[in-house]
Write a protein that binds this ligand. Structure first.
Ligand code: N01
Length: 543
């Protein structure tokens, strides 16, 4: 499908658009809404056939958000808040996708979105001072502003396992699950990966398949969601308090309102600690990590909580050898993204589920009929990769972004991403990266962080127009200082102790740099506001 928008021969006259936005998920839709309100001509390019981003692509069985629905939603429109009914505490993927489709229709966003179109390059034209964006559909358009809204977890990581092409059955990556669904009835399914995705998908797949073999390299900590339908009273109560709820989310550390304690895990008796942890486990969800104030920064405090989760695994899983294999041991709890599940550990009590430790007996090859590890061969009819993403930078690099003097973003970030506030990078004028590396993004309730970035960008563009500036980019010193700050605060925590995707450790050859900002959503917002209110300190504005 091609848009018929300006082609290369026409470039060189005026700009085609004020702004191009790449991606039509939560970020891209809201960015479009805000820029349209400013009167900017805007085009959105979206690779999918529809809106939704992450929630368009991730349709694997069990896909569900682990932030509560009433928090994981837009706050910009009180009318939208009042008219939309969330049905469950944690929303399923189809419900979130329905919500985003409703938003696209309600605000009439679709006419500005070109679907089925991937951006293949975005290059800054030094002479003309604008961006030239090319797509796989043959479009070539120019725009003053280029805004990436590609998400942090969008580029699938499919490990290069020898023999993969020889497998006779179907192979799926969870984030590219067929839209029509997959009937796994009677199938022998192999699942590789036990991160948040695998932990959600495995229990659902096990309910359908004849047999599931889970290939686990690293066990993860998982907390029960205790998901349930929202009652009519809860829905009404939330609707009555939305403004206050959103405000506390914005001021919080991770974009979610829940009780924060000042109590150290080390300042209570073992009995009190056990009681509090039991209470948190019964409530469920990742706020378990907030039971004590020092779990993210003190290894001893962290070990108490990790031991508690290990004890729960031992309680739930009947076979002690399987339970032991499921117990995380090589990283502090919370230093990798904590998982939230529905009957994950219980699933290993099923007769049709086998857990294979591919840490001690690594995967050697995929054959036409299954998967062979160092020790054994497993016959399979279907293989599911729940192996995650080239997080945070992968999707930006795929856009082939080039800034001043043809500098490739990939080259500039060869040793790790360098941004100012996660919003912009020097030498790439007027390029904004929504939830870019160096911002709280994946360490927060994404919708809160997305709205904050979008609003900051829209206000910045408005400021530029009002003050007759045409170009903006970070000053090198401000960028260097921000990169140093992001690293410094990360190293005050236990996060860098895990081989996580936060550090790029899941992708061979990727530089090991802690990418998101752990300083907290509320603090970060204040910093961004201060910078804007002082006339965009740390940025160079020009005409
Ligand atoms: O990916 P992951 P994910 N051989 O990278 C394993 C968000 N999310 O898609 O740990 C064998 O976490 C890998 O093993 P190891 C959330 O932010 C949110 O699960 O590298 N195994 C690991 O077990 C989350 O953190 C929600 O040793 C291999 C798994 O694959 C993020 O997305 C739901 C391997 C990958 O885990 C990513 O989660 C889902 C190999 N060669 C996701 N390569 C909710 O909101 C990789 N693995 C609920």
């Amino acid at each position: 499908m091609s848009s018929g928008y300006q082609r290369s021969s026409e470039i060189g006259r005026a700009r085609d658009f004020d702004a191009v936005i790449i991606g039509a998920g939560f970020s891209g839709l809201y960015m479009l809404y805000r820029l349209r309100a400013l009167g900017l001509s805007t085009r959105v390019y979206e690779a999918g056939e529809g809106v939704g981003g992450t929630w368009y692509w991730n349709r694997y069985p069990g896909a569900r958000c682990d932030s509560p629905s009433v928090h994981y939603s837009y706050s910009f429109s009180p009318e939208l808040e009042q008219e939309w009914e969330w049905t469950e505490k944690y929303p399923r993927q189809p419900e979130i996708l329905r919500y985003l489709n409703h938003v696209a229709d309600r605000f009439d966003l679709r006419p500005s979105i070109q679907f089925n179109t991937s951006v293949t390059s975005a290059a800054y034209d030094d002479a003309r001072g604008h961006w030239i964006i090319q797509t796989d559909q043959g479009d070539q358009v120019s725009a003053s502003y280029c805004i990436t809204a590609v998400g942090c977890l969008s580029t699938p990581n499919i490990p290069r396992i020898p023999g993969i092409d020889s497998f006779a059955g179907p192979v799926y990556h969870t984030s590219r699950w067929p839209h029509e669904g997959v009937d796994l009835t009677g199938k022998r399914v192999g699942v590789i990966g036990t991160g948040s995705t695998g932990i959600q998908a495995i229990p659902q797949i096990a309910k359908q398949a004849a047999h599931v073999t889970v290939f686990q390299r690293t066990p993860n900590y998982s907390i029960p969601a205790h998901n349930r339908p929202l009652t009519a009273e809860e829905k009404a109560s939330v609707k009555a308090q939305y403004r206050q709820l959103r405000q506390t989310d914005r001021e919080s550390a991770i974009g979610l309102t829940f009780a924060v304690t000042n109590q150290s895990a080390l300042d209570v008796t073992p009995e009190e600690r056990q009681q509090k942890l039991e209470g948190a486990w019964a409530l469920g969800g990742f706020q378990v990590l907030a039971t004590f104030s020092d779990v993210a920064i003190n290894l001893q405090a962290n070990t108490h909580m990790a031991d508690f989760v290990r004890s729960k695994i031992a309680e739930i899983v009947h076979d002690p050898a399987v339970a032991k294999l499921l117990m995380p041991h090589d990283h502090p709890i919370g230093s990798k993204r904590i998982c939230v599940d529905t009957e994950y550990y219980e699933t290993y009590n099923r007769e049709n589920v086998t857990l294979v430790d591919v840490r001690t007996s690594p995967i050697e090859e995929i054959t036409s009929t299954g998967l062979r590890t160092q020790d054994a061969e497993y016959p399979l009819g279907v293989i599911v990769f729940a192996t995650g993403f080239d997080a945070m930078t992968g999707s930006l690099f795929n856009l082939n972004i080039r800034g001043k003097d043809g500098l490739a973003l990939k080259e500039k970030w060869a040793h790790g991403p360098r941004t100012y506030l996660g919003l912009m990078t020097a030498d790439f004028p007027n390029l904004f990266t929504i939830t870019g590396p160096g911002s709280p993004s994946v360490l927060s309730n994404m919708t809160v962080s997305i709205e904050q970035h979008v609003e900051w960008i829209a206000e910045c563009i408005q400021y530029m127009r009002e003050h007759h500036f045409t170009h903006l980019e970070p000053q090198r010193e401000a960028e260097d200082a921000w990169v140093a700050h992001v690293n410094e605060v990360a190293h005050l925590t236990l996060y860098p102790r895990a081989n996580s995707w936060y550090l790029g450790a899941n992708i061979p050859g990727k530089p090991r740099i802690f990418m998101p900002y752990v300083g907290g959503v509320g603090n970060y917002r204040i910093k961004c506001q201060e910078i804007a209110s002082k006339g965009y300190t740390g940025f160079a504005l020009s005409v």
